[in-house]
Design a protein around this ligand. Structure first.
Ligand code: SF4
Length: 251
């Protein structure tokens, strides 16, 4: 018995991957797997539900239960690009538990579908290796990367969501190039200046958390407060400013 598990995060690439799965596998085998970080933008939840309805598939949620802030409290630290334990706790571990659950239910073949692009070579390698590691423990687990297989761009995914499916893309994309948690700890300085402009309450909250935990998200001891004062050393274009990747789970 097989299941095709699509990481369904609220982003446009994962939505496109769900459409790809429907074109390539029987509908009854497909699972849209969502992990709630409780730090998503409100419009991301709207997108998730509208897209799932258009795909005529239910959302399967397996969440840790804690919020992003609660994870920071438990680790007594603010996560960062160098130690994104939030992704591990809130997405990767619940994802692995779900695979285990499927294995226990008798499924012997799991295909995991994730929206990594060809630009994300290291992540693709890590994800494929993690699936290989799971294989044999619970059942056969393989990874598929449809954006790479079909040379699909993020713009193609956005067009497919809004034009083909008629579902407006999440509001986050007006200022961020991922529908990650609002104020994703993996974001760079340009991203955080965009957070300050578009979600000032989140900026202030993380600034306070940097003080509370006594360390910073950026390298070289640069805090959000420093960034606020100094700004960027040079102008960056939108493409550079998206130096933030999707959450490590690929969703
Ligand atoms: S999207 Fe960013 S902040 Fe949210 S869990 Fe993933 S790495 Fe952490």
């Amino acid at each position: 018995m097989r299941k095709v598990v699509v990481g369904f995060s609220g982003g446009i690439t994962s939505a496109w991957c769900a459409g790809w799965a429907l074109r390539n596998f029987p509908k009854e085998e497909i699972v849209l797997l969502f992990h709630d970080t409780k730090a998503e933008d409100a419009d991301t939840y709207r997108f998730l539900h509208e897209m799932a309805a258009r795909l005529e598939l239910p959302i399967t949620e397996r969440s840790d239960g804690r919020s992003l802030d609660e994870v920071f409290e438990d680790h007594n630290a603010i996560a960062s690009d160098r130690m994104a334990f939030c992704s591990e706790d809130l997405k990767q571990i619940p994802g692995t538990k779900y695979i285990e659950e499927l294995g226990s239910a008798g499924f012997d073949e799991i295909v995991r579908v994730v929206g990594f692009s060809a630009m994300e070579v290291a992540r693709v390698q890590r994800y494929a290796a993690a699936c290989m590691k799971l294989s044999g423990l619970f059942c056969t687990v393989t990874a598929r990367f449809p954006l790479i297989e079909e040379s699909v761009t993020k713009q193609d995914c956005a067009d497919w969501c809004s034009c083909t499916m008629g579902v407006p893309v999440p509001a986050m994309y007006t200022w961020s190039d991922h529908a990650n948690c609002v104020g994703c700890v993996r974001g760079g300085k340009a991203y955080w200046l965009a957070v300050k402009e578009n979600a000032p309450e989140v900026f202030e909250h993380r600034k306070a958390q940097e003080k509370q935990f006594g360390h910073q998200m950026f390298r070289h001891y640069v805090s959000l407060e420093d960034l606020e004062k100094s700004g960027l050393k040079r102008e960056v274009n939108r493409k550079e400013s998206i130096a933030i990747g999707p959450c490590e789970c690929g969703a």
